[in-house]
Design a protein around this ligand. Structure first.
Ligand code: FES
Length: 501
């Protein structure tokens, strides 16, 4: 898979940080160097706390570097759902928290002088179906009753057959990586530390100190924040029972001009979202969406095709520069979890379940977590309460947890008979049954065979091969492994068992 547009367009300015190479102490250890971890480290360092950020890969390399780059309180058609399920006061607070986040990010950009292509833009949720008209009319009226002046419209200057649409004024777009690189500079100037290529395996509580363990070193701190998209610890807070992960796709195209203003998303599956961006003197169109639950990739032969068709409808001259995909955590009630990690770890915090709207939510999390650590009241604390619990029932990983705790790396030397491999074409992967075992087999473009045990090292679910990305994907909580079994997406941290052929 190619780099995302965001990563490609900043490869010459991305800061580099070394791996953790000694044991350290600090006030707050933050696990995860995406926009949530970096924004929270920025806020805490501004308050004079000593922060250390530990990032498994490089900062912004996962969800932050693979997003659409929209800052909006328009989270699909969401506010009727919120009013019906949580009440008007809750919906109003949720809306206000996200509106505040856009302005807070703008203030940070101005006060720190961060050059990150920030622009105010209106945001539109639209439908091309007649039957959605009453739904969008009602959504606009609910949003107005919550205090934001949204407009209901029945046409847009787009080459699409728009039947209805809701416009949120004064939303924004920016370059998410340029933004977090700016924040990272501020953190370093305030004596904070950032380590990349540093994988955390465990957090242990010893007396009143949290000891965060990587391969060879530890960070001891009074507080710890898990900002790693999906909390990687197996049991704490039982997040594996109250979230699932969704995969989305994205393309960036070179286009001749910017023909419209605003940022757009449609109402119904498959969801498509688009906006413009700039890269030096190139005009760029970004189209994202066509998501599905992680591990269900078999339903789509080419998930980029739909995005490419939309790009060509908007710009027949569009030339695709980048294709990428990303994962997002979604909580069961669609509200993020921000707060205490678990009852037994009072000074450990979490922010997760952002439902694909992590750019504004990361700012909300940074303020809320900073206030929790400083013991300051925060009006939005109850909205995002992390301990609320409505578990997904009957999940197979519950039984797997016991088996998994005794699993270990097994490397068998054996030869899979050609007969079992003949149905797998080059460049494809599949699970085969062999000697009453399941074996995950991938044949590369030259026919070289890789074989793994296709059982997720998080909580033991059976993996699916993703023929687009050439990865083994877990349908339970979205861990992903490369074709040779190397762990690339948490919550699983351990590589798959491999078969030596
Ligand atoms: Fe949890 Fe696979 S079992 S990610």
């Amino acid at each position: 898979m190619e780099n995302s547009f965001w990563i490609d367009s900043t490869k010459n300015i991305a800061p580099k940080f070394k791996s953790l190479n000694k044991n350290l102490n600090c006030d707050v250890c933050i696990i995860g160097g995406g926009i949530t971890g970096i924004s929270t480290a920025y806020k805490l360092s501004q308050k004079g706390l000593k922060v250390i950020v530990l990032e498994r890969d490089f900062i912004g390399s996962k969800a932050t570097g693979h997003t659409t780059g929209k800052l909006s309180s328009q989270h699909d058609v969401f506010y009727k759902y919120l009013v019906d399920s949580k009440g008007s006061s809750f919906a109003k607070d949720y809306l206000q928290a996200n509106e505040n986040a856009i302005l807070d990010i703008k203030n940070i950009i101005d006060s720190e002088n961060i050059d990150c292509d920030f622009e105010f833009q209106d945001s539109y949720v639209f439908s091309e179906e007649e039957k959605e008209i009453p739904i969008l009319k009602e959504e606009a009226s609910i949003i107005n009753s919550l205090g934001l002046s949204a407009n209901y419209l029945e046409s847009l200057e787009l080459p699409l057959d728009i039947k209805a649409c809701v416009k949120f004024p004064n939303q924004a777009q920016f370059h998410p990586l340029k933004y977090i690189y700016g924040l990272a500079n501020c953190i370093i100037k305030r004596n904070g530390e950032i380590y990349e290529k540093t994988t955390v395996y465990d957090i242990e509580k010893k007396d009143n100190v949290y000891v965060t363990r990587t391969d060879n070193y530890t960070v001891s701190s009074e507080y710890v924040i898990v900002a790693s998209r999906y909390p990687f610890m197996k049991l704490s807070g039982l997040y594996f029972l109250k979230m699932y992960q969704s995969m989305s796709y994205a393309i960036a195209c070179k286009v001749d001009s910017h023909n419209f203003s605003g940022m757009y998303i449609n109402t119904k599956e498959p969801i498509i979202s688009f906006r413009y961006a700039k890269d030096e003197n190139k005009n760029i169109l970004i189209v994202t969406g066509n998501g599905h639950k992680v591990g269900e990739n078999k339903i789509q032969e080419n998930p980029f095709e739909l995005l490419e068709n939309i790009a060509l409808k908007l710009h027949p001259e569009a030339q695709i520069l980048n294709r990428w995909c990303t994962e997002d955590c979604i909580s069961l009630d669609k509200i993020p979890y921000i707060g205490n990690l678990s009852e037994s770890m009072p000074k450990a915090f979490v922010a997760t379940g952002f439902k694909k709207w992590g750019l504004t939510t990361s700012n909300i999390a940074s303020n809320l977590l900073t206030d929790l650590i400083l013991r300051k009241e925060n009006h939005y604390k109850e909205i995002f309460l992390s301990k609320r619990f409505e578990p997904i029932k009957n999940r197979e990983e519950l039984t797997n947890m016991i088996k998994e705790s005794v699993s270990s790396l097994v490397i068998d030397k054996f030869k899979i008979p050609e007969e079992n491999l003949k149905d797998i074409s080059n460049g494809k992967g599949k699970i085969i049954d062999y000697n009453s075992d399941k074996i995950g087999v991938y044949k590369n473009e030259n026919g070289k065979v890789y074989a793994v045990k296709p059982i997720c090292t998080h909580l033991g679910c059976l993996l699916e091969f993703n023929n687009i990305e050439k990865t083994w994907d877990c349908p339970c909580h979205g861990s992903r492994f490369s074709y040779d079994g190397t762990s690339i997406y948490s919550p699983a941290m351990k590589n798959l068992d491999k078969y030596e052929l």
